[in-house]
Design a protein around this ligand. Structure first.
Ligand code: R5P
Length: 279
């Protein structure tokens, strides 16, 4: 099997290639004067693995071009570590596009892998056998290596509860989820559902940090309960606009993320779980 690193996942593809002992294929990327993108795969391929996150629209185009360029291959596997548009997974108003469905339908391959896709029900729209991999245990192991003070992993909402549980389980780390409690007609308290965070190091985990709004609000609410240090963690560091400054300004000690999107905060690699899934 040979590996192609898409334009958005060059480093991750190299890491997977070195873990699996596979050859990386060079790809020529360029743009025509009108802005259209061009790719040419510079090798003959029999079995191929394409790795490309789809953070921005042009990443989707690149992914589709790479799959098309490999049309002659006997077996095509695709890893989309971060699936963009996955949060547009249902209609809130009539007439809205379910964009996650629209885009997933365009991906045709023998096997497709995603990592902590925002909503696993999207997998059924891909044309090919699709499977979601879980990066949370890798984040948990990184948290464990930090030797924090009585650490607790917290999900900001029920949507992230499974992620917090998966990161904490098997490591002896506590986890909890935030819950809203109405104290009176106009007073709401938000606190960890089961555990007290006072004097403990807290790691708030979510699948995506985009604007940082969810994390910043969660940090602010948790600080009232006098925890020790607060870390933020996610699988996919989308981090748009001033999200990084926003989190540090809110009081985050650090941001922990994976390389499904290659950023400075991507201290945990998902290469081992991709390599393991492909063996
Ligand atoms: C939402 O459903 C996701 O799980 C994240 O909580 C959300 O995308 C985070 O976005 P932001 O950083 O903009 O608050």
């Amino acid at each position: 099997m040979k590996i192609i690193g898409g334009s958005a996942s060059q480093l991750l593809a190299s890491r997977v290639a070195s873990r699996l002992g596979c050859e990386l294929i060079r790809v020529e990327y360029k743009r025509f004067p009108d802005g259209e993108s061009y790719v040419r795969v510079q090798d003959d391929i029999d079995e191929v693995l394409i790795i490309q996150s789809t953070v921005v629209d042009s990443d989707w185009i690149c992914l589709l071009q790479l799959i098309d360029a490999c049309e002659g291959a006997k077996h095509i596997r695709v890893v989309i570590p971060y699936v963009g548009y996955a949060r547009q997974d249902s209609q809130s108003h009539p007439g809205e596009a379910i964009s996650a469905r629209a885009l997933a339908k365009t991906v045709h391959a023998d096997e497709i892998f995603t990592i902590n896709i925002h909503n696993p029900s999207i997998l059924k729209y891909f044309s090919g056998k699709a499977r979601d991999l879980d990066a949370a245990p890798s984040i948990g192991r990184y948290v464990s290596s930090l030797k924090l003070n009585k650490p607790i992993i917290i999900a900001p909402d029920n949507g992230a509860r499974a992620l917090a549980e998966s990161a904490a389980s098997n490591l002896g780390i506590d986890f909890d989820v935030l819950e809203k409690k109405r104290l009176s007609g106009d007073e709401v308290e938000i606190r960890a559902k089961h555990l007290d965070v006072t004097d403990r190091d807290v790691v708030i985990i979510d699948d995506i940090i985009s604007t940082g709004g969810t994390m910043a609000e969660t940090i602010e609410l948790l600080r009232r309960q006098k925890p020790n240090d607060i870390y933020t963690a996610c699988v996919h560091p989308v981090l748009v606009r001033d999200a990084v400054s926003r989190l540090f300004q809110a009081g985050a000690k650090d941001i922990i993320a994976t390389d499904t999107i290659e950023k400075g905060v991507s201290v945990v690699s998902v290469a081992p779980i991709i390599a393991e899934a492909l063996k």
